[in-house]
Design a protein around this ligand. Structure first.
Ligand SMILES: O=C(O)CCC(=O)C(=O)O
Ligand SMILES: [Fe+2]
Length: 273
């Protein structure tokens, strides 16, 4: 296994590994088998770099699922999954002028226990464009002033999927919602991270929307400073996993109809409160 750092703020490329055959055949990280040490190493890298890229993988949906299951239970999707593998959603760009994920967000922060990681496997990728951008929220936290850190330390914020509901013509009031600490400690590394995003965060708890907006706008802009960002340019056969506790991400839709087909699944995370 060869590990190369991907960019200054985040990411590692892991090579000389076939993720179908990490020795041992336990299907969960709780298994006490020889496999654990390889997984432990990968999880250590994951907590350190927040985004891992495995190139040139040859995966069937069952392989994708087996690898993800080492990190925990899969998030169940009520609809939209592959026929034989409902926990996998296929992302396709053809005929779409934009991408629903074309904004900075952390996945499903409108749930009280958002998925800890998202794992994408590319079947087809454009020659140019269609990158996924990431932004390191541990770095965003570190650069806040001591004064702002102190203000935000015991502050929580309201997150909602009402914007998505509007997009899909559904009842906004019934959209999922959650409250999260604005400064979130990573449940494995313990490292603090900023945990807000323009897509889903509406106001600070106990503050009005009007009062919250200027400071949230500042945090949204700060959280995506160029200094915290890296981009992944996809090739077919790439498996990329990111840590929703540590990074924001953005699907850059600049490739028009150049084919981009990606299988996506997520692993369940813990409640933040
Ligand atoms: O298509 C991408 O690059 C990322 C999409 C996304 O935001 C997601 O899968 O959660
Ligand atoms: Fe996303």
């Amino acid at each position: 296994m060869r590990v190369t750092q991907m960019a200054a703020p985040l990411g590692a490329i892991v090579e000389d590994i076939d993720i179908r055959v990490i020795e041992g055949d336990g299907d969960s990280v709780k298994d006490e088998d020889v496999n654990l040490s390889t997984w432990q190493k990968l999880n250590q890298l994951f907590c350190q770099y927040h985004v891992l890229v495995f190139r040139n993988q040859d995966l069937q949906p069952d392989d994708h699922i087996a690898f993800a299951r080492r990190w925990g239970e899969l998030v169940k999707f009520p609809y939209g999954g592959l026929e034989d593998h409902p926990d996998i959603i296929e992302l396709k760009n053809r005929g779409k002028s934009s991408d629903v994920n074309q904004h900075w967000h952390t996945d499903m922060s409108y749930n009280q226990a958002p998925p800890k990681l998202t794992m994408l496997y590319a079947h087809a990728a454009p020659e140019f464009g269609g990158d996924t951008a990431f932004s390191n929220q541990h770095l965003a936290y570190q650069d806040l002033s001591e004064g702002l850190k102190a203000t935000l330390q015991n502050t929580t914020a309201f997150h909602t999927a009402s914007g998505l509901a509007r997009l899909y013509g559904q009842d906004e009031a019934a959209a999922p919602k959650a409250t999260h600490p604005v400064l979130r400690s990573h449940d494995e590394s313990g490292d603090p991270a900023l945990y807000v995003c323009r897509a889903f965060t509406r106001n600070f708890t106990g503050w009005s929307r009007e009062e919250s907006k200027p400071l949230l706008d500042y945090l949204f802009s700060h959280s995506t400073s160029m200094e915290y960002q890296a981009r992944h340019h996809w090739q077919a056969g790439d498996l990329v996993m990111w840590d929703n506790r540590s990074v924001l991400h953005y699907a850059v839709h600049d490739h028009g109809d150049d084919e981009r087909v990606i299988h996506r699944l997520q692993v369940v995370g813990e409640s933040t409160l």
